[in-house]
Structure formats: C-alpha cells, structure tokens
Design a protein around this ligand. Structure first.
Ligand code: ZN
Ligand code: ZN
Length: 353
C-alpha cells in the first residue's frame, strides 16, 4: 500500500509499505480522510520524534478486515478511530486525568513502523484496546472528512470542560485557526459570550460567521478591547489557541481578576512565556491547561460533530491526495489568509483489498 512516511526533519516521502497485518481482536481500516493536525506538523517540522514513522491521527474510514473475536464491527462499517485509549484502571485514570495514563500514551493505531497514528496511509491497523473503546460508527449522511474532526473536537471540549465555563460568562479565544474556531463554537454552546482575536482578517470573518459576538485584530490592544466590552473587567476565561509568548501575554492581560486562562495548543517542548507572578498572584488569575482527548467526552464529541452542532466542514480549506501529504503539511504549517484545515483525502486511491 502507499503511505506518507516521515523520514527525518521536514521530510515526508511517499512509499510502498506492507499493508498492516492484523491479529485477534484488531481491525484494519481503509482510511478515507485524515486531518492534518498542528501536533503532527510540529513533530514533522521540528523532528520531535525519531524517523521513520507514519503520522496522521484524525482519521475516518471503512473497516476492511476484522480480526478473530471481533463482534462489534464488520467489514464495510464506516468508522472513526481514536489513536489513544486509557487503561481505565490506574492512578491517573481514577482521577480522570486520562492523558497522563501510561497506557493512554501508547499509540494504538499504526500503518507500520513505530505506531504514530498512521492515518497518512491507505490502511491503518487498530489494536485490540482501540477496537474495544476507541472506534465509533459514523452515521449515514455524515462525511468521512467531518467524522475526522471527532478527535480535535474532543480535545477542545476537554479544554472547555476544564475551565468550568458558565453560561453568561465572556470567553476570549486568542487565535481563530481551526482549533480556536472549534473552541469558540463550544464556548457558545455552553451559553458564553465569545470574543475572538486573530492577526488575519479572514479568520476573524470566519469566527463571526460561526457565531463569535465580537472580534478584535490581534495587532491591536486586545486586553483594552475586551475590557471595554466587559464593564472594564476583562474576560471571565481566555483560551489560548495561538502560538507564542505575545498571544499568552494577551490572554493573561485580557482576563479579569480571579478569571481563568486556559493554556491550550502549546504542545512543543521548549515553548516558553513569561508571566509576572506578582500580578498573577494578587489578581488571583488561574492558569489552567488541557492536552489531548478524554474518553469520557468521546460520545459527546462525536454527537456534536455528527449532529453538526459544531460546524467543522467550513473549516476545511484544503484537500490533498495522499501523494500530496508533504505539500499539505507545508501549507497547513503557515497560518495565512485562506488557510484553515488541510485534509488528506484518500478516497479512490486505494489498491484493491
Ligand atoms: Zn490532533
Ligand atoms: Zn490508566
């Protein structure tokens, strides 16, 4: 089968690799669509993990083969696959901190090499613990490319849950890339008022179109703008969905005293920002974090996508074939006008099973 293989810093090669063989309790999925996620991009461009490996974890496709003992799925089922599932039975799982479970950190889907998602390939193997708890059926009328958003929506929903955002609170979302646009929609679904910031005018337009009440150009004085809309207080909660120390400083400064700042999407080692502890402490602002998905939110996230309560299709600006994966990564890596989510569409390119 064909796969986009990561071969070293910034290098993706299209190669013929063996189709993964499955064992008892496992399934083979013919990938139809796989989102290009910023975490994949960072790993590829910064060489954060050793090569070779096949990335891509926001995937949806068709069950092509089922292993012995699998009764929940059959060939031809349309499914979306999570690549991480926690054990459910350790110190961290007991406390709901699933992303810190050692078992969760193991990647349960692979197209070959060190398991790394594997969605940038024609076929992906889902291991037994993923088949047990990490595969969801896609309802009729929902496209594969929409279903591929279940995982990113889950990660964003987890971030919103962690802030305990309340109806009638004001949420600032710093950054209106795909993740910021999903966070904004989720904040709205909780009844919060949303203010969004970005450097790019078309991203602010998209934010407005998807429901943001207010938009502010990130090159302007964002904290002042937010205060002017909140009786001088600032946002009850700010979500960081843009990289860099300036975005973080804006998020902190635009948050009201005793408000919350959700640090999201800062997933690379070495990412740093300065914070004035004296101000943070005396203003009682709380810095919160969230990373990766929560199995407890899997079903809710799927329903938000499947019922189109979170609009994801509009976020796709670029569709590429598997052969164009390197180009897709390159395009999606640079936030610029006209670029939001890139999707690898593998449909029609698959070898006969
Ligand atoms: Zn992702
Ligand atoms: Zn666990």
């Amino acid at each position: 089968m064909r796969a986009a293989v990561y071969r070293g810093v910034g290098r993706i090669e299209i190669e013929d690799v063996p189709r993964p063989a499955i064992g008892p309790g496992e399934i083979l999925i013919a990938v139809e669509a796989c989102g290009v996620c910023p975490t994949d991009i960072k790993k590829i461009q910064k060489g954060l993990l050793p090569a070779p490996r096949i990335f891509g974890h926001e995937m949806a496709g068709v069950v092509a083969e089922v292993g012995r003992g699998v009764i929940a799925f059959r060939e031809g089922d349309r499914v979306v696959a999570h690549h991480h599932v926690p054990c459910g039975d350790c110190f961290y799982c007991d406390r709901g901190a699933f992303a810190q479970c050692a078992h969760y950190k193991r990647n349960g889907t692979t197209a070959g090499f060190e398991p790394s998602g594997g969605g940038f390939a024609e076929y992906v193997r889902a291991m037994d613990w993923i088949v047990e708890r990490g595969i969801l059926r896609i309802p009729d009328g929902v496209d594969f490319e929409e279903a591929a958003f279940v995982e990113p929506v889950n990660t964003c929903l987890k971030a919103v849950e962690n802030t305990c955002l309340q109806a009638d609170e004001t949420a600032l979302i710093v950054g209106q890339g795909p993740i910021g646009l999903i966070l904004m929609q989720l904040a709205r679904l909780r009844g919060a008022k949303t203010v969004v910031s970005d450097m790019l005018a078309d991203r602010l337009d998209m934010g407005r179109r998807l429901g943001a009440e207010r938009t502010v150009d990130a090159s302007e004085d964002v904290p002042a703008a937010v205060r002017s809309w909140t009786d001088g207080r600032g946002a009850d909660c700010a979500f960081l969905a843009a990289p860099g120390p300036v975005a973080f400083a804006q998020a902190v400064a635009a948050t009201r005293p005793a408000g919350r700042v959700m640090v999201f999407s800062a997933t690379s080692k070495g990412e740093k920002a300065e914070v004035e502890l004296g101000l943070l402490c005396t203003s009682e602002k709380r810095i919160l974090t969230a990373y990766s998905s929560s199995i407890d939110l899997q079903e809710t996230s799927a329903q938000l996508v499947f019922q189109r309560k979170v609009r994801v299709k509009e976020l796709i600006t670029h569709r590429f074939s598997l052969e164009q994966t390197a180009r897709a990564v390159e395009i999606a890596a640079q936030p610029c006008t006209g670029v939001l989510k890139a999707m690898i569409e593998i449909r029609g390119q698959r070898e006969k099973a």
